[in-house]
Write a protein that binds this ligand. Structure first.
Ligand code: PEP
Ligand code: MN
Length: 338
């Protein structure tokens, strides 16, 4: 249920309604839009006297939310949520389509510092690289962990790029959030509910990747664990789902970008690297994702993909990334972005 306040409602009137919501044993989620404030009510509404709430000063109306997801829904908030990332506060969900690129993993200090300088020149908003790697095989490279986080922080200091890196456990998410500007929750962890709740407690934006087998409803409900935990800054990332198709590592359903844009106010970015698994497919999927209306791209880029410690097959080189950026600049204009 959403309580829609009149456009001129005062803070004291909003607080009064929040008090009533608490009196009915519900939790509130207040969203201040440009035009008006709405209050989403979370909890068991069977005992709620809707008439009493509607009578409170400056309440315009009460609307039920029909979708299973609530606080992430467009019914609750019409305008897209804007999330500022990194020292330069690049806005994801604004006019500009942000490119976040970098290797799958932090392999060593030199490659990260060099890559950060390259990406800065290319006009990227962020540097991505995993310090904690969720690998399918326990024998594969697991990441440099805290040492990797320190290298990423150094790259931010040198270039001003926003640092995006993954947290894979409840025990380490706070440490990751201390070093990172944006904490990534990976596809395999989209339904790791204690980790989602822990992501709700950090004070950094979160990129939540779609689970390999998750429906969009499940994806949005996972985002709501984070929002209900207290962190409203959630960026959704479509990274492909597992299908019967063997030519690609995952199948990248770009219709979900347009669909998510109609379902939720949260920004939506696309990862064409995990979405395809093959570097030669990445440029066309970057172009298509921007055309489909995404708010950003998360791309694996490596100086020497043939020697990458992880995901080399799907990593493009910096030169290819530059070509992609030239193309998406043009496409962004057609979809009224930049
Ligand atoms: C990654 O971004 O390197 C990663 C592990 O992605 P995903 O969780 O989408 O597989
Ligand atoms: Mn990867």
């Amino acid at each position: 249920m959403i309580i829609v306040m009149e456009p001129d409602a005062l803070d004291s009137q909003i607080s009064h309604v929040v008090g009533l919501v608490h009196d009915f044993g519900l939790k509130e989620h207040v969203i201040r839009g440009t035009d008006r404030t709405v209050i989403a009510c979370i909890g068991d509404k069977r005992s709620v006297d809707k008439g009493a709430l509607e009578n409170a000063p400056m309440v315009e109306k009460i609307v039920p939310i029909l979708a299973p997801y609530k606080v992430a829904s467009r019914e609750l908030k019409k305008e897209k949520t804007k999330i500022a990332i990194g020292p330069e506060k690049f806005v994801i969900g604004g006019d500009k389509v942000g490119v976040i690129a970098g290797p799958c993993a932090v392999e060593n200090r030199d490659m990260i510092l060099e890559m950060a300088t390259i990406l800065r020149k290319s006009g990227c908003a962020g540097l991505r690289a995993g310090a904690f790697k969720p690998r399918t095989s326990p024998y594969a490279f697991q990441g440099l962990k805290e040492e990797g986080l320190k290298i990423l922080a150094e790259a931010r200091k040198e270039t001003g790029l926003a640092i995006v890196t993954e947290a894979i456990s409840v025990e380490t998410i706070e440490m990751v959030a201390e070093y990172a500007d944006v904490v990534q929750i990976g596809a395999r962890n989209m339904q790791h509910y204690p980790l989602l709740e822990a992501a709700g407690k950090i004070n950094k934006p979160v990129i939540l990747k779609r689970g390999l087998c998750a429906t969009l409803d499940e994806f949005l409900l996972a985002a709501e664990y984070i929002i209900n935990g207290g962190n409203k800054e959630v960026i959704l990332c479509e990274r492909g789902i597992r299908t019967y198709e063997g030519y690609v590592r995952n199948t990248l359903p770009l219709a979900s970008v347009a669909q998510l844009n109609s379902m939720t106010h949260l920004p939506v970015i696309v990862d064409p690297s995990h979405g395809t698994g093959h570097a030669h497919l990445v440029p066309s999927m970057c172009r298509a994702a921007v055309a489909a209306g995404c708010d950003g791209l998360l791309v694996e880029c490596h100086q020497d993909p043939e020697h990458a410690l992880s995901d080399g097959a799907q990593s493009i080189t910096p030169n290819v990334l530059d070509e992609v950026i030239v193309d998406i600049n043009k496409i962004a204009e057609i979809v009224k972005r930049s």
